[in-house]
Design a protein. Structure first.
Length: 236
């Protein structure tokens, strides 16, 4: 699921990609909210907060939210540059290596937060996760040709509504039923993405309450295993 791209991808590969990475994103996003009270991957909310602080001339708060948005964009930019470089070299494992880097960074971040805590650990955590969520979102977007999103759910919820409307049209014979299997396939993909993000969020809160900042370690380890499995499978 981290190897085949665009038209070569199957719905099964997209579904597995969506479920695993959406669960990881949900865990990281909700745990960050539990720690500091806002999200690392919700750029709609963060830009709105930036607007609010700027309107009230609260420059320090505005600078903080501007940093979060900028780091998300920087993560996406860095990821895309790595993907483009890999594609030029015909490297089909470049996506897996980026996810491997994300998992490794989460483990390093967990160790730092536990043993070398910065002055504002929650702030450092959210900023780091914003970069990593931008990085992950770019990987998933490029890998699936924008069929899958994992770090935010607004678009996914919209897609669920669209597919339900298309199926309604088919049900009432307003459009041809020949595309009904495609609508059902897409509805399943988007619904499972939403449910996986939700389940990951619940697990993220439980892990944080149980392990503290060490919750980053099992999430990072899971991403590393996912990436290594893809790399090893491709080489064999």
């Amino acid at each position: 699921m981290l190897i085949s791209t665009e038209s070569a991808r199957t719905n099964s590969a997209d579904t597995r990609l969506a479920c695993t990475l959406a669960a990881a994103a949900g865990a990281l996003n909700t745990a960050a909210f539990e720690i500091v009270g806002f999200f690392s991957a919700n750029m709609t909310g963060n830009v709105s907060s930036l607007s609010d602080h700027l309107a009230k001339a609260n420059l320090s708060g505005g600078l903080f939210f501007l940093s979060i948005v900028s780091l998300f964009i920087a993560g996406s930019t860095f990821s895309t540059l790595m993907i483009n470089s890999g594609r030029r070299r015909n490297s089909r494992t470049v996506y897996a290596f980026i996810i491997l880097a994300e998992g490794s960074a989460l483990i390093v971040l967990g160790v730092i937060e536990n043993h070398f805590p910065p002055l504002s650990p929650g702030v450092a955590l959210v900023m780091s996760l914003s970069f990593l969520m931008g990085l992950q979102n770019a990987v998933v977007t490029r890998l699936s040709n924008a069929r899958v999103r994992t770090t935010h759910i607004s678009g996914t919820a919209t897609d669920i509504g669209i597919e339900l409307a298309m199926l309604y049209e088919v049900l009432w014979r307003k459009t041809s039923p020949k595309d009904a299997p495609l609508y059902l396939e897409r509805l399943r993909l988007h619904s499972l993405t939403l449910v996986s993000f939700l389940a990951g969020g619940v697990a993220g809160i439980w892990l944080y309450k149980l392990l503290g900042y060490s919750f980053l370690l099992p999430v990072g380890f899971g991403l590393i295993c996912l990436a290594l499995n893809a790399i090893v499978s491709k080489r064999h």
